[in-house]
Design a protein around this ligand. Structure first.
Ligand code: NAD
Length: 503
């Protein structure tokens, strides 16, 4: 790692406090930061360096995965932090920032490598990038990098416009687009796992895999983000980015020790091979849902339309399930089912791979059906389970599931932001979204956005605390498949659903 000045826009925001400072602290504890590492936090209010450092320290105490015990090491970490006032729209503030950055770099006696981290709303991405360019902040001798978070646009056109503007100030190689799912340790394992394990490598194709199921379920509702979420929905908030990234990571086949360029090239190939949906019949492959009142862990919760800040007639999607097909020699004929939603039965992100059972007689799911599964638990638990169908020695003629399990403790494993910030500081873009991936994802999703906007797809209801609308189960049943590993739904959440035609 090289000496770096980390310039953080939005230094007082939620993301900075919950994720960025704790990630930097844990990298510091692991000796993964360069000795000449400085942070310049930016915000609109006048705050002293000391008050800023106290805020950073509080965030470590509240959110660091490792407890903050050793005050000497925290003090040493906080020395790297300074604060500067900057309003995104004030061009003169960037000139003052440049002076401060140069002062810090001179103090460190280091090459001016600058990482600009935009932990601010997306409406600020363009003015900040252009002001970095105009002020000379981006013109130093060392390297410069731009780190941005989703959302990268609201649809295909706005994403293309955003990218065009950013490219006036930063090259593609300098832009690190964070998709924090790509930072999760189990996601980073996916390709290594099949590359280095000959058994899995041999099975990783349509000859042996019946289907792939990718689920990201949340139990929370809209929380404080109602105004934002009601204009975004599950398709934009989760599916276009995180879910399609998980699909790419699962479907790529990489040679051992692939470079970042190869990883990104292969991911692009997966997206290019994704079969486009039939625009006239989106509902054949996509289920749109919205939650109604129900119960989460026995506690009653309101329906989406009764949440504060949501209009009574909202048609927004809080759930989406889809069937995708990849048209390449390895995956042709293997359905990828993707599902994500709010107010679901359990909080869980997992990938389930169901293996084919060539000798199975019927394609219907029977009561004692035990599939052979490979399961990647991505969050909140992290682990891999292989479920094998075996004869039950105590119950002749019956079968039982045998599990081979590996699970890790979340305290020991680096958080996604640690991995990603470390990679960005090191200039390794393997686990960041390349513009090609982002653009191809929007292109694939755009017909669904159009269908939702035109209401040509039904909006199905599901009770909070369930696994989504019944139509999501039917999507798989049509192919003789079944969502595996769903926890049983409490009777309490099985409340009467209003008719879908009410929407
Ligand atoms: P936030 O509203 O908590 O923080 C935004 C920051 O921007 C604040 O520090 C605020 O003072 C600053 N800001 C606002 N207007 C400004 C201006 N004119 N000049 C200078 N600074 C200004 O938001 P957040 O939750 O921290 O999110 C930041 C970004 O990260 C957003 O793009 C969000 O979509 C994305 N994101 C956040 C999370 C999360 O967990 N919070 C997760 C994924 C993506």
């Amino acid at each position: 790692m090289e000496a770096t000045t980390f310039v953080l826009f939005g230094a007082t925001g939620d993301l900075a406090r919950r994720k960025i400072y704790p990630a930097l602290y844990n990298l510091f504890l692991d000796h993964k930061l360069h000795n000449s590492f400085a942070v310049i936090g930016l915000g609109r209010r006048e705050v002293t360096d000391e008050a800023y450092q106290a805020m950073v320290e509080r965030s470590l105490r509240d959110f660091s995965r490792r407890e903050v015990k050793d005050t000497a090491s925290v003090r040493s970490f906080l020395k790297a932090f300074r604060y500067n006032v900057l309003d995104v729209g004030h061009t003169e503030d960037y000139v003052k920032l440049l002076e401060r950055v140069e002062q810090v770099e001179t103090g460190m006696g280091s090459t001016p490598n600058r990482m600009f981290y935009l932990s601010v709303g997306p409406e600020f991405f363009e003015p900040i990038a252009l002001n970095i360019e105009a002020s000379g902040l981006g013109a130093a001798k060392g390297w410069k990098r731009l780190v941005i978070e989703k959302p990268f646009g609201h649809d295909l056109q706005s994403a293309q416009e955003l990218n065009l503007t950013l490219s006036k100030a930063f090259t593609e190689e300098e832009i690190y687009r964070i998709d924090h799912y790509l930072g999760k340790p189990m996601v980073q394992e996916l390709d290594v796992f099949q590359q280095t394990n000959p058994v899995l490598h041999a099975l990783w194709n349509n000859r042996y895999i019946a289907n792939v199921q990718i689920t990201a379920a949340e139990t929370v509702g809209v929380e404080e983000r109602a105004g934002y979420y009601d204009h975004v929905g599950a398709l934009r908030d989760m599916f276009q980015n995180h879910m399609l990234q998980l699909l790419m990571m699962l479907a790529i086949r990489l040679p051992k020790d692939s470079s970042a360029d190869e990883v990104r090239f292969k991911k692009r190939e997966v997206m290019e091979a994704l079969e486009p949906l039939d625009e006239a019949n989106i509902e054949a492959s996509v289920i749109r849902g919205q939650y109604t009142a129900g119960a989460i862990k026995g506690i009653p919760v309101p329906g989406y339309r009764s949440e504060a800040g949501i209009s009574a007639g909202s048609m927004n999607d809080t759930f989406i399930a889809a069937r995708l097909q990849i048209d390449d020699p390895f995956w042709k004929g293997v359905p990828f089912y993707i599902r994500t939603g709010k107010r679901m039965k359990e909080k869980s992100t997992r990938i389930v791979i169901e293996f084919k059972e060539p000798l199975k007689q019927s394609s219907t799911v029977e009561e004692d059906d035990i599939p052979n599964l490979l399961v990647f638990e991505i969050s909140p638990n992290e682990g891999i389970t292989l479920q094998l169908k075996a004869r039950d020695p105590r119950n002749k003629g019956k079968f039982k599931a045998v599990h081979i399990d590996f699970h890790t403790s979340s305290i020991e494993v680096p958080e996604a932001y640690e991995n990603l910030i470390h990679d960005a500081l090191n200039g390794d873009p393997s686990f960041f979204a390349h513009w090609n991936e982002v653009e191809l994802s929007w292109k694939w999703v755009q017909p669904i956005l159009n269908a939702f906007a035109g209401n040509s797809v039904p909006l199905y209801s599901y009770a909070a605390g369930s696994h989504g609308p019944a139509e999501s189960d039917q999507l798989l049943a049509q192919d003789g498949h079944h969502w595996w590993l769903d926890a049983p739904v409490d009777e309490a959440s099985e409340i009467t659903l209003p008719d879908a035609s009410n929407f």
